[in-house]
Every structure is written in C-alpha cells, then in structure tokens.
Design a protein around this ligand. Structure first.
Ligand code: RIB
Ligand code: CA
Length: 308
C-alpha cells in the first residue's frame, strides 16, 4: 500500500484528539510529525496535549513541534468552555515523557515539504500554514495537498457567520485559501453530518483499550457542551473529517469551489463564502459536501481498537 506522508497541524482539543488517534491508527498514513498552534487553548497547552496524545498512542517516535502562539490578526478567544480548561477534557495526566522538538513548526513543515511528498492535515487555526506560505512561497509548488477542517457554508459556530478555526485567524485563512496550493476544505455543514453518540462512548469503554477509555473520558465534557449547545449529546467529529478524507479519499463527496474570507466586518469577521459555480472555481480548491456517518463510525472504531 502506498502510504500518504502527512503532518498534522493541530490545536488539541478533544475532537483533534480523536482525529490524531485515527490518523496514528491508520496504515494508509505515514504521520511524520505533529505541529501545534494556538486555538482551542493557548499554545503551551495545545503543545502539551499533543505530547500527551503521542504518548497515549505509544508513538514516541513522532515529533511534536510548537508553532505560532498568536494569530496573524492578533490575539483571539479560545474555546476552553468546549474542550476543558486544559483542552483535553480536564482529565488527570502524568507528565508526558515524550518531549517536543526544538525546531519551529513552520521550519519543520518546510523541511518536510522539501524532503518528499507531503500532505498537511490542518485541523486548527491556519496561522502556521499561512506563515509557512509567507516565509517559504516555493512550498506551494511542493505540497501534495492541504486538507483543512474549517469554514462554514451556511452558519458558523462562534458567531452566526464564522466557524472557530477561521474566526481565530481570518487573515491566515485568507492567505491559505488565496494560495495556489491544492486544498480540500471540510466545513461545518459537512462535519455536522459526522458524530458519535453515547453508544459510541460506551463502545470505546467496552473495547478495553487505554486509548478508548481515555478518549471516552475526555469526550464527556464535549458531550455535555453539545447538550447545552444543541440539545443532544451527539459529539460532532469536526477534525476527524480531515483525516478521514486522506484515509478514504472517496468517502467524502467533494465539489470544486472558490472561497473568500471576510477579514473585516463587525458581525461577519471570519465568515467563509463558497462559490460553487463551475466558471468561478479556480481548480485548486474543493469543498466537502456529504459523508456517510455510519461508514465513518465503523472505520473509526475498527482503527481505534488497534491502538492497544
Ligand atoms: O469549529 C470546529 C473546529 O474548532 C475544530 O477544529 C475544533 O477542534 C475547534 O478547533
Ligand atoms: Ca481543532
């Protein structure tokens, strides 16, 4: 099997945690590193969480590299009310023995892009990716693909207009979507089709693996948040959709699109506007539109069960 060489750029975050575990459990991917960015919580915490997750997956060989501590557009809010104060559901953890690399995430990403085919799976604000494109413009011609969890075709989740990853750093998103890179975007209207429920949490616990138990535990506050937000405990698997797209490229229906990001505005900052008419699309951008949740959940449980 030809494996896809990837770096995951992330702001863990409990849905990031599921996405990262799915990636590490999938033989289709060769995860060569995890880079962290400020987002759900501060960079110090997202980086510690990435270390915790690499250790939980028993993959100490995967380097963790810290990236940008502040969005291009200046400090934004975080999402501790969704992911817990520590970003991973506020569980008790031992200090991870897995360290972090000394190289900046952006330099690591560039070095990986220049040393072989590379797909970036971007599941947090796009600050690191925009900085990579600005500091190393040649990288746009080197990257195989960037798969982004972000944006919303119809309604945001931070404001009625803006989805969180874009809302945190709209300037970065505008740089990334305005580049010549091949980009596939998984917006909220796609990710809301993919969710876990209490039966899935019970199945994770019944699986008897430490990974399953810890994921179920860290997802509990996320379920409570969904109950307060949506009136049900369905856990939306936003970030896992970006990983799923790389593992199973035909599982998510996609269509060519043009994307514009609102970087100004009083009420609409961070909004993403998708134009889907054929004549408007630039050819390098696609948006995910449809996914079968049952098929996703079968694959997710199968893969997570392999992480002892
Ligand atoms: O809007 C969902 C996105 O924001 C996900 O990446 C989640 O982890 C949060 O960062
Ligand atoms: Ca995330």
């Amino acid at each position: 099997m030809a494996r896809t060489r990837v770096v995951i750029d992330t702001d863990p975050g409990v849905d990031d945690a599921v996405a990262i575990m799915l990636a590490l459990a999938s033989p289709e991917l060769d995860v060569v590193g995890i880079t962290t960015v400020v987002g759900n919580v501060e960079l110090e915490k997202t980086t510690l969480n990435a270390r915790r997750l690499v250790e939980l997956a028993q993959r100490p060989e995967i380097p963790v590299l810290r990236g940008c501590a502040s969005p291009l557009g200046g400090p934004a809010g975080t999402a501790g009310e969704v992911h817990g104060r520590d970003g991973l559901g506020d569980l008790v953890w031992d200090e991870p023995t897995v360290g972090e690399g000394s190289e900046h995430a952006v330099e690591f990403l560039y070095r990986q892009a220049t040393s072989g085919p590379l797909t970036i799976i971007a599941i947090g604000p796009l600050t690191n990716i925009a900085t990579l494109l600005e500091q190393h413009p040649d990288v746009a011609g080197l990257l195989e693909r960037i798969v982004v969890m972000g944006g919303a075709s119809f309604e945001g989740n931070v404001t009625p207009a803006a989805e969180f990853n874009i809302w945190v750093d709209p300037e970065a998103a505008a740089v990334v979507f305005g580049s010549s890179c091949r980009i596939d975007i998984m917006p909220l209207d796609l990710t809301h089709q993919a969710f876990l429920d209490d039966d899935d949490l019970a199945r994770l616990r019944a699986g008897g693996t430490t990974v399953g138990q810890r994921l179920a535990d860290m997802l509990e506050p996320y379920a409570d948040f969904h109950m307060s937000w949506n009136g049900n405990r369905n856990l939306i698997m936003h970030d896992a959709m970006a990983v799923y797209e790389v593992i199973s490229p035909n599982a998510i229906t996609k269509q060519p699109v043009k994307v514009q990001v609102e970087t100004g505005g009083t009420f609409a900052r961070g909004a993403t506007f998708f134009t889907r008419t054929r004549r408007s699309t630039s050819g390098n951008l696609r948006v995910g539109t449809q996914v079968e949740n049952d098929a996703f959940r079968v694959l997710l449980h199968e893969r997570l069960a392999t992480l002892s």
